[in-house]
Ligand binder design. Structure first.
Ligand code: SF4
Length: 466
């Protein structure tokens, strides 16, 4: 399906430019709707007057993403995507990572896992990367034990949860305990779907449908939707390796294509992948965690909107969080930090002043290298509109006059008793011009910021201070 244009949306708006929605014109509001910066309801005129009923309904239909957005718990959104490729627009809802807990684990083990899942947090490029939920699996087929474990998790974590069993009676016990948490129910199959559909309707919960054949999946989803369930997630079955894994991934891609390119609604749902299957073929925890991490990465790259995992090893989860951050960063908006003069450690008036750009990855890399080297320094961050050093130089966003402007704006001369700055090695060609127009002496630093501490040790301490 072609992407919606602002003109298509505009034609369904009142066109009176009344500004009640906060936009200056209906056309501006149309663009904001497409960007999901506004909701249809923000145009109150559309809802106040009956004459707009038909336009309103058409507009809501037009703006509904081809992949339905499903909410788990009190606000975790999955799906809601509009494009196959990130660069065509952006992806909106990052893949949710749920860590499993089984009811055959001891109470101590469960408490420890819940504590670690709750606490898991990594900071990267100024953002906190976290896990998203807990998948509670019934392995004992014992309602009482499953109920105890659901209660333990609910009491010890506020994270969204999934209740996992193919037995609807077991799931109903969990739902009775977690009734206020709107858990994800896993999973309906062609054999049990009516009972699961009944539960999903009665408890108003999203439902996973498990079916390995894509055509049968489509039929099953239509039956369940006709039964009255609207929040559905697809699971084509994940295998740890070989042809069955290839088939599952092919189904995921085909489903996403059918929904986005052909507008085929039964498959326009979020997709679930289950990376815990790695533990079926690897008993060694290191090998299993490694396989699980690779498997989860493959699922994430092939449209999985939610992934169940077992490992809690930081080294296995970190690559996934990093991959997810890269895939789900809006390509239209570079991640930036505020321009300014930043203190790293405890700099004083004789400390070095390093210059860099406000592309977040550049800044945080330089800052963490300086910090790791135990160097007390100032970093002058230039407003290069979110570009890294090399593209900023190529696009004339990192210039000598910009350095002058920032030295003055952030009053660097009031912080230090010298007039020397260190510029990135890649910006060496600007050194003469910067000296000419600023009156500051320029040292050309290393190209690789990991060498800054050594550079400071060797060059600054000998030559930096006047
Ligand atoms: S509230 Fe509706 S009619 Fe008024 S400017 Fe916004 S989009 Fe146009």
């Amino acid at each position: 399906m072609a992407r919606i244009s602002p003109l298509e949306v505009y034609k369904l708006l009142p066109g009176i430019n009344c500004k009640k929605c906060g936009a200056d014109t209906c056309m501006a509001f149309a663009s904001q709707l497409i960007e999901r910066k506004k909701k249809v309801e923000d145009c109150t005129v559309l809802f106040e007057e009956d004459k707009y009923k038909e336009k309103r309904e058409k507009l809501i239909e037009l703006l509904t993403p081809p992949i339905k957005e499903v909410v788990i718990g009190d606000g975790l959104k999955v799906g809601g995507e509009e494009v196959l490729y990130r660069h065509e627009l952006t992806f909106f809802n990052p893949t949710a990572l749920f860590i499993d807990i089984s009811d055959d684990m001891s109470d101590e083990e469960i408490e420890e896992r819940v504590r670690r899942i709750n606490k898991f947090k990594i900071e990267r490029v100024g953002q906190e990367l976290k896990l998203d939920g807990i998948a509670i699996r019934c392995k004992t087929n014992d309602e009482v034990r499953f109920g105890e474990v659901v209660l333990k998790v609910v009491e010890n974590s506020k994270m969204p949860i999934a209740l996992c069993s193919f037995n609807p009676e077991i799931i109903e016990v969990g739902l009775g305990i977690a009734i206020n948490r709107r858990p994800l129910i896993y999973a309906a199959t062609r054999n049990n779907w009516k009972k699961f559909a009944e539960l999903a309707k009665n408890y108003n919960c999203p439902l996973v449908v498990y079916e390995e054949d894509i055509e049968k999946m489509s039929d099953l989803v239509q039956d369940i939707e006709e039964y009255g369930v609207s929040d559905i997630i697809l699971d084509f079955g994940t295998y740890p390796q070989g042809e069955p894994l290839a088939r599952a991934i092919e189904n995921m891609i085909s489903a996403r294509r059918a929904a986005i390119e052909d507008g085929f609604k039964p498959l326009g749902k979020p997709i679930l992948g289950n990376a815990t299957v790695a533990w079926l073929v690897e008993s060694d925890p290191i090998k299993a965690s490694h396989l699980e991490s690779s498997l989860a990465a493959s699922l994430m790259l092939n449209y999985a909107d939610i992934i169940f995992m077992h490992t809690l090893e930081t080294w296995a989860i970190l690559p996934l969080l990093t991959l997810r951050q890269n895939i789900y960063t809006d390509p239209r908006v570079p991640i930036q930090v505020e321009p300014g003069l930043y203190a790293i450690g405890k700099p004083n008036e004789s400390s070095p002043v390093l210059v860099t750009t406000n592309f977040a990855l550049t800044y945080y890399t330089v800052a963490s290298d300086v910090e790791a080297g135990k160097v007390d320094a100032y970093i002058l961050v230039l407003d290069t509109e979110g570009l890294a050093v090399e593209p900023a130089l190529a696009g004339a966003k990192f210039t000598a006059s910009l350095v002058k402007e920032h030295l003055e704006k952030f009053k660097v001369d009031e912080k230090v008793n010298h007039k020397t700055i260190i510029i990135p090695g890649m910006a060496a060609r600007l050194s003469g011009e910067i000296e000419d127009i600023t009156g500051w002496r320029v040292l050309v630093g290393p190209i690789d910021s990991s060498r800054i501490p050594k550079f400071i040790e060797e060059k600054w301490k000998k030559n930096g201070k006047a």
